[in-house]
Design a protein around this ligand. Structure first.
Ligand code: EPZ
Length: 417
């Protein structure tokens, strides 16, 4: 079992370079299903979820060549329309193949993604919306069986903002006959990045980044080359690493305007930083103050930053109320932070953090991707040694997090027991 051993070692000091966004690269990879011509993706992060998605595409018969942060995908030879249960179990984002497979092949068989540590993670919005485009979809024996001789444009309203739901529909609609309108669409930067790739492939899309997206179907899509946007959540995680250690960190090759609300909240908590078009320089601080946040769909405070922010607030003066509005069970990290000495009281969707508290190193359990990052941050400032178990969760979504932190002065060792 892989573990990380972290020695609290004072303020970070150095530079980190941000990798491509996992949550942009994943839909960009499944978008390659839509074309019989090759697509080259650049700035793809080297994380487990990307490897899993590349395996899924290969098993559909596609050619996929990974070379560092460059991935070449040729959808020409696609020959299968079904995906293996264990791939979908390993990565819920496999659902992003459903829309493109329906649009390109007219068929798709994908296991119903299960829940995960942070919630039940249903896909009912995806299914209901694809049915409105004319797909026949049944759920049998834990599988989504979908077929459509042709997809037709429709006016789709999402009752709740769904990132991958919006992405699935956008991709399916590119080859549907007529116009599709997606209302109450997700507005995340990853949506805009996917739309940019689809436009480069010949799709007719506008409104991405707003709550209403219009897609005018075309006969087919051609190949393209696309560079994936930097990972805004990885960026925010390093801002938190600098904040929790009162360090000095220059974060490069990022897009600060992709995490404005998060940066605004960190500034309110007393963090000082300089921002350029592609960097954030976090400056040492003399103490942080409590500052309440509530997670919201973009452009609100990202739910994917909630766990990392909670770790930082354990070191801030005062009481911080954190409200998790997106997922039903996204406080698993709080239990482990409390074992390290944090003062956190959970009440349903809210967590009350009282700081500052002295954290002491101990054995802790990683449960999901962002909870793992939260425990790494706590380990950076804890007294003594923190051992994080099951850090495969971390490797799913962070590109060499431990290596990048060591270069900025952290004392972290990766091993297995
Ligand atoms: C995406 O998940 C991200 N994953 C998540 O990042 C992120 O936390 C989430 O969006 C919210 O920003 C990827 O992009 C691969 P949703 P997604 O559909 O699309 C409910 C990470 O750490 N819902 O926006 O699965 C759902 O339960 C991951 O990188 C339905 O009820 O999330 C949730 O309460 C974790 N029915 C809310 O909507 C549906 O059909 C938002 O979920 C779909 C969603």
């Amino acid at each position: 079992m892989p573990i990380l051993t972290i020695e609290g070692n004072g303020p970070l000091d150095g530079n980190v370079v941000i990798s491509g966004a996992k949550n942009a690269a994943l839909p960009c990879l499944t978008a390659c299903i839509l074309s019989a011509e090759p697509v080259t993706l650049l700035n793809v992060p080297q994380v487990e979820d990307i490897k899993t998605m590349c395996t899924l595409l290969r098993e559909l018969g596609m050619v996929v060549e990974e070379d560092g942060d460059r991935v070449y995908v040729d959808g020409g030879p696609i020959s299968s329309h079904s995906t293996r249960y264990d791939l979908v179990k390993a990565m819920r984002a496999s659902i992003l193949a459903l829309g493109p497979m329906l649009a390109r092949l007219g068929r798709a068989e994908i296991s119903l993604p299960g829940g995960c540590a942070i919630g039940s993670r249903p896909v009912d919005f995806h299914i209901a919306a694809l049915k409105k485009l004319g797909a026949e979809i049944t759920l049998e024996h834990g599988n989504i069986e979908a077929s459509a001789t042709k997809l037709y444009g429709a006016d789709i309203y999402f009752d709740k903002v769904s990132v991958t739901g919006t992405e699935n529909l956008m991709m399916a609609a590119t080859l549907a006959a007529g116009t599709t309108i997606i209302r109450n669409a997700a507005q995340e930067p990853e949506i805009i990045d996917l739309a940019s790739l689809l436009r480069a492939m010949g799709a007719k899309i506008d409104g991405d980044g707003t709550s209403t997206i219009n897609i005018h179907g075309v006969e087919s899509l051609h190949g393209a080359t696309h560079s994936v946007i930097p990972d805004r959540i990885e960026t925010g995680t390093y801002v938190c690493a600098a904040a929790i250690t009162a360090g000095h960190l220059r974060i490069e090759r990022c897009l600060p305007n992709h995490l404005s609300r998060f940066l605004e909240q960190m500034h309110r908590a007393g963090l000082e930083f300089e921002v350029g078009s592609d960097f954030i320089e976090v400056l040492p601080h003399k103490g942080l103050s409590a500052n309440d946040v509530q997670t919201q769909p973009h452009p609100g405070f990202p739910t994917d930053m909630q766990a990392q922010y909670m770790a930082v607030m354990t070191q801030a003066e005062g009481r911080t109320l954190i409200t998790e509005s997106i997922f039903e069970n996204r406080f698993m990290h709080a239990v482990e932070l409390k074992r390290m000495g944090a003062d956190i009281r959970i009440d349903g969707h809210t967590a009350l953090v009282t700081g500052p508290s002295l954290l002491s190193g101990t054995d802790v359990q990683a449960t999901d991707l962002r909870a793992s990052a939260s425990l790494v941050l706590a380990g950076l400032v804890a007294d003594g040694q923190t051992i994080i178990h099951d850090i495969q969760h971390l490797s799913r979504g962070y590109d060499r997090l431990d290596e990048k932190l060591v270069l900025a002065g952290a004392r972290i060792e990766r091993s297995a027991i």
